[in-house]
Ligand binder design. Structure first.
Ligand code: ATP
Ligand code: MG
Length: 257
């Protein structure tokens, strides 16, 4: 069986003035896998996410999702193509309830549009109710039942990370990119998040995961790429990447076992 690349990243370069934050990065994420992206601080991981999701323009290179070229599209257009993400620095509407935050994620998929929202006709009200129901389901799914009415800014840090995932899932992505989703969590919370990622994948969503927790990455990811100074220095299954001498020198800083 041939493996279908859902995301193709071809020779992507991003320069900020004289600094090449990404240099000629090529990688493919296969539908159905959990693909890990690791590398030291400043390696270019978040910059790659920003390039893929339309926040940064590419200096060079091409990106396609399911055959559609993403280069030049605006962030919301990329979301509509089925590519959702979370942020390293959590970006929620702190003064809205948790449920409203998830409902916002759902809106790019709603059909009633501005006129419907103004007129609030029956079809619009039915759609709002469906959005609300789905948002509740997603909050339950990520482990936030009974937090619907809590202001997002009042949620515990780990719960804010879960809420970001629920909001991203509300856009019905094919591909979900997570930027350090377990940062600041304790080991048992991390394990729970790992289980959530497995469930998300089993639900048919492909995952691209930036993470410093090497144990989590190695336990969860089918394949891992390593960035260092903006270049991909290794790629492969967890075991082979962990043994790669360049990776150990650049990142792990430990002798291979
Ligand atoms: N908007 C920007 N303008 C200028 N330089 C930037 C910008 N964004 C990122 N950089 C630089 O690009 C490089 C890569 O940064 P990036 O945030 O992508 O690293 P990272 O791998 O995500 O690191 P971390 O693990 O610390 O999150 C860094 O040298 C950073 O200073
Ligand atoms: Mg980063």
């Amino acid at each position: 069986m041939t493996q279908v690349a859902l995301l193709r990243v071809s020779r992507v370069t991003k320069r900020f003035g004289g600094l090449a934050a990404l240099e000629d990065v090529t990688l493919n994420v296969v539908a159905g896998e959990i693909y890990g992206l690791i590398g030291p601080n400043g390696a270019g991981k978040t910059t790659l996410f920003n390039c893929l999701t339309g926040l940064y323009s590419l200096t060079a290179g091409e990106v396609t999702l399911d055959g559609t070229a993403l280069r030049g599209l605006k962030p919301h257009q990329i979301v509509k193509q089925g590519f959702a993400r979370t942020f390293q620095n959590i970006r929620l509407f702190a003064n809205m309830t948790a449920l409203e935050n998830v409902m916002v994620g759902r809106h790019p998929r709603s059909s009633s549009g501005l006129l419907g929202a103004v007129l609030r006709d029956r079809a619009t009200r039915a759609e709002e109710a469906a959005i609300r129901d789905r948002a509740r389901e997603l909050m339950d799914y990520v482990g936030l039942p009974n937090k619907y009415r809590t202001l997002a800014g009042h949620l515990a840090y780990g719960d804010q990370r879960r809420l970001e995932i629920a909001r991203a899932l509300a856009t019905e992505p094919k591909l979900l990119a997570l930027d350090e989703p377990v940062a600041g969590m304790n080991p048992s919370e991390r394990r729970q998040m790992g289980e959530l990622f497995q469930r998300v994948r089993e639900g048919g969503v492909t995952l691209l995961l930036i993470e410093h927790d090497v144990k989590l990455v190695m336990g969860l990811c089918d394949r891992v790429a390593v960035l260092d100074y903006g270049r991909k220095i290794a790629e492969g299954d967890a075991a082979s990447v962990q043994k790669d001498a360049a990776v150990i020198a650049a990142y792990l800083g430990v002798a291979p076992t």
